[in-house]
Structure formats: C-alpha cells, structure tokens
Design a protein around this ligand. Structure first.
Ligand code: HEM
Length: 144
C-alpha cells in the first residue's frame, strides 16, 4: 500500500515534466515545424505515464483509508476530494489527453498535429494541476 502510494505520488512529477515538454515542443513547432519520431514518442510516453497513474490510482481508490463512504462523507473535504473530485477530474483530464493524441495522430499536416497536442494537452495539464492534492491544500498529502 505505502509503496503504491509513493509511486503514485512520485510519478506526478514525471507526468508533469512530460506534459510540459510535450506542450513546449508542440507550441514551438506548431507554425511550420516537422512532426518527427521524437514528437510522436514524447506524446505517447506522456499518455502512457497518465494511464499508469490511472491504473495506480484505481487500485488506491479501492484500498486507501482516505476513500471512505460513511454517512456525511461529502461534507468532509478530504473524503470528498479523494472519493470524488480527484478521481473525476483526473479521469476527465486523462481522457482529454488521450483523445487529443488520437486526433493529432490522425491529422494530416505536422502543424495541425502540433496545434492539436498544444490545445488538448494544455487543457489536460490545467485540470491535473488543479486536482493534485498539493500540501498547501491540507488534504493529508506531501510533495513526493
Ligand atoms: C494525472 C493523474 C494523477 C495524479 C498526478 C495524481 C496524483 C496524486 C497525488 C500527488 C496524491 C497524493 C499522494 C500522497 O499522499 O502523497 C494522490 C493520491 C491519491 N490518488 Fe491520485 N493522481 C492521479 C490520478 C488518480 C486517479 C485517476 C485516481 C483514481 C482512479 C487516483 C486516486 C488517488 C487516491 C485514492 C489517492 C489517495 C491515496 C491515499 O493517500 O491513501 N489518482 N494522487
């Protein structure tokens, strides 16, 4: 349980760095740059890291003591966060990134591929940043 939680917690940084690199490249190349193998790979690895978080998160969801559905759980901010908000927003964010990558791969021109990644991955990043239990949100989670 603790190893799983530490992996899920630490992997957030990998996810965030990959998203930033993918978005940075997409914005830098969206006006005429090529869509190279390295673009394809970074976009793929970003999505895979997110799907790994989803899998780990799902296991945590059914094992974590922070996910409790006792009477009045919606009124307790930590129980509401882990039981509903975190999973809902993260699943939406991961779905958007997955759809965006699919659309980018299907687009014909390199510029269109980069623009698509720039848009969908940025929306995903914003949602993910908004629903990470950062320590200053007092949800009982740390930085790593
Ligand atoms: C990009 C996706 C995600 C990121 C970056 C992320 C990040 C985090 C972080 C930083 C924590 C706090 C860990 C700690 O206590 O130090 C956490 C906890 C948790 N996450 Fe996620 N998460 C993601 C997706 C998900 C998903 C999709 C689910 C459910 C399906 C999920 C379920 C949980 C649960 C249940 C906990 C509480 C575990 C506990 O403290 O007992 N996460 N997550």
């Amino acid at each position: 349980m603790s190893a799983l939680l530490h992996t899920h917690s630490g992997l957030r940084w990998v996810v965030l760095i990959l998203l930033l690199v993918a978005i940075g490249r997409a914005f830098a190349r969206k006006n005429g740059g090529l869509y190279e193998k390295s673009d394809k790979m970074i976009n793929l690895f970003t999505m895979v890291s997110l799907h790994t978080q989803l899998l780990l998160g799902l296991i945590l969801y059914f094992t974590s003591p922070k996910v409790v559905f006792v009477e009045g759980w919606m009124k307790v901010s930590q129980a509401r966060f882990y039981g509903m908000e975190h999973i809902a927003v993260m699943v939406i964010a991961i779905a958007l990134v997955t759809i965006g990558r699919r659309k980018a791969e299907n687009a014909a021109e390199p510029a269109k591929k980069h623009k698509t990644i720039a848009l969908w991955y940025t929306i995903g990043l914003i949602l993910i940043l908004a629903s990470i239990p950062w320590p200053f949100r007092n949800l009982g989670a740390g930085w790593f």
